[in-house]
Ligand binder design. Structure first.
Ligand code: HXC
Length: 535
């Protein structure tokens, strides 16, 4: 019975042997079992978890969800752990699963418990996660994973690998159906990284999380290089270098708060539109300062964030991938209460040029927005694609094509504002009229042409410049001729490629009016299994 000596000691350690829990239907038995499950790996391990600056798995769930909204599934499911020959069984099997609300909307989630066998993933653990993934897809609610795990549970052998396979399958099936969000709040190594990386957004907690396929020990053995956990797979590395982390957050509490913030921009599933949130920002608000944003010298940078903050409702912008490929800004905001996905060149970083990382970053964001009915707003100031062998050999042709493909494929409302430079292929790629954008505006400062003035003047006036008495002065003069003739918005406006040249101060108003009329946009694509985006 549960009153036996063995029952008492297992309860203390948060574990139990299955025979202890043979049919007992009293309320106190249920309470004891729940208490045992809540004790997880025992008080010492819970203290260890806190000592590392981490919240416990249950605290994370409570903080993420609206107060009192969590409903747990499978708290009493039994999993296997311990050492070979000294197997132990765990109530709940090292993962908490269920559903609850974020600002009144249902989400499904799991939270791995590192205090139970290192949060490692075995058969029962995976079955619990798969059950709520299936529920999330069935009812059309977002799915959030809080990861803190040593990976496949070694004692369960190939069953643990099979268990991962079951989750991977569901990640792919849910992709584009419900938003999937991963938080890395501890270790995440080996093949385990592939579940988060197939979800839509990955948050990493600075200093307490890491992700890698092969850890520092294997790196040392195989390529004889010393590298720390942090440098190889810490949040900073993934937020700035690999792009694996969309968000880096300083601690667990802020991580969970940012997830709530992100969810607020998203629809619950691909059949719905995102929730409308009225921030009481007037729809016709103008900003005269924007008329002076673009510097008179074309080579002088400015911060595109000034424009972004100016036009969005309440200047609220949730930037995605803020530290990766900073020459392109992507993120969510609201216009007239409606969620929009914003893609903007950043002239303050590398002059806003498109390179490999920026192209991939933009393409993935555009595809997410399209999958979840989020209109796209594109702010353009792009001198072109980044030249050089590093970029060419790194695949700028393939990667640039991804961004092009993603925009063309997108059927959501698409609006572009050309602020300054829009040259050559990059002009076309950045959601131009020619690739199906719905509304295209330009500021009077826009320069829309095949090449920048210097490059163009060097080609088309080469002979005149070479034979001039002062070639340098001749080049400057020809640049100016080119700029006034070609590098302006008016040729494109005359051809109808630009729907209107607008006053910068009125940008917000014009965007909101366009979004309003595009509300009913319908656009179809040919029937096919799937397109073949150049990966
Ligand atoms: C079983 C595990 C475990 C695992 C940790 N534990 N990882 N048990 N399977 N994968 C247990 C430990 O034995 C220990 O148990 C407890 O969890 C806490 O672990 P510690 O090592 O004490 O913690 P820490 O020092 O913080 O180190 C954390 C760690 C380390 C870096 C994650 O535990 C580690 O390297 N674990 C192995 C990681 C790994 O190689 N996993 C397989 C990855 S491959 P006790 O009883 O002592 O408290 C993979 C394949 C997926 O996941 C394939 C998908 C197709």
């Amino acid at each position: 019975s549960s009153g036996s000596q063995s029952g008492k000691s297992s309860l203390e350690h948060g574990t139990c042997k299955s025979e202890v829990w043979l049919p007992q239907t009293t309320l106190s038995t249920l309470q004891n079992m729940r208490d045992a499950a809540r004790m997880a790996g025992g008080s010492q391990k819970l203290m260890d978890q806190r000592a590392r600056g981490k919240l416990t798995a249950r605290e994370r769930v409570e903080l993420l969800l609206d107060e009192g909204s969590f409903e747990e599934f499978d708290m009493l499911k039994l999993g296997r752990g311990g050492h070979l020959g000294r197997e132990r069984e765990y109530l709940g099997d090292g993962v908490i699963t269920g559903h609850g609300m974020i600002d009144g909307r249902e989400v499904f989630l799991y939270s791995q418990d590192f205090t139970v066998v290192g949060g490692s993933l075995g058969e029962a653990h995976s079955e619990k996660i798969c059950k709520i993934m299936d529920q999330a897809v069935r009812v059309g609610a977002p799915f959030i994973g809080l990861n803190d795990s040593g990976g496949a549970r070694i004692q369960e052998g190939v069953d643990a690998l099979a268990a991962y396979g079951q989750i991977f399958n569901r990640n792919v099936m849910a992709s584009g159906v419900v938003p999937q969000i991963s938080c890395i709040m501890g270790p995440c190594a080996g093949g385990a990284v592939y579940s988060p990386s197939m979800t839509d957004f990955t948050f990493m907690v600075d200093k307490s999380s890491f992700m890698f396929v092969t850890g520092p020990n294997v790196v040392k053995t195989v390529i004889h290089k010393d590298i720390s956990f942090e440098e190889l797979g810490g949040a900073h590395s993934h937020a700035t270098k690999s792009g694996v982390a969309h968000f880096i957050v300083p601690n667990d509490i802020l991580c969970l708060r940012e997830v709530r913030r992100l969810i607020n921009y998203l629809p619950s599933n691909n059949r719905l539109k995102p929730p409308i949130l009225d921030l009481r920002d007037p729809l016709d608000r103008t900003d005269p300062a924007l008329d002076y944003l673009v510097p008179t010298s074309p080579n002088q940078p400015y911060d595109m964030r000034i424009l972004i903050n100016s036009i969005l409702d309440g200047a609220e912008f949730l930037e995605v991938h803020a530290h990766f490929a900073r020459n392109l800004i992507v993120g969510f905001g609201r216009l007239g209460g409606e969620t929009i996905g914003l893609v903007a060149n950043q002239p303050a970083v590398l002059a806003g040029v498109l390179d490999n990382n920026a192209s991939v970053k933009g393409a993935r964001f555009v595809r997410f927005c399209d999958a979840f009915n989020i209109p796209l707003i594109c702010l353009v100031d792009v001198p072109g694609f980044m030249p050089g062998p590093e970029q060419e050999h790194g695949g700028i042709i393939r990667h640039g094509a991804k961004l092009l493909y993603a925009f063309i494929e997108a059927t959501v409302p698409r609006i572009t504002v050309i602020v300054r430079k829009a040259y050559g292929g990059a002009y076309i790629v950045m959601n131009s009229k020619h690739i199906g954008s719905d509304v295209n505006y330009a500021w009077p400062t826009a320069e829309i042409a095949v090449l920048g003035p210097r490059g163009a003047a060097e080609v088309i006036y080469r002979k005149e410049i070479e034979t001039a008495s002062d070639p340098a002065a001749a080049l400057l003069e020809k640049e100016e001729v080119y700029r006034t003739t070609f590098a302006n918005p008016f040729l494109a406006a005359k051809r109808g490629y630009i729907d209107d040249v607008i006053f910068p101060s009125e940008t917000r108003k014009r965007l909101i009016r366009s979004l309003q009329f595009l509300e009913g946009k319908e656009s179809t694509r040919p029937t096919r299994k799937h397109g073949n985006i150049p990966l």
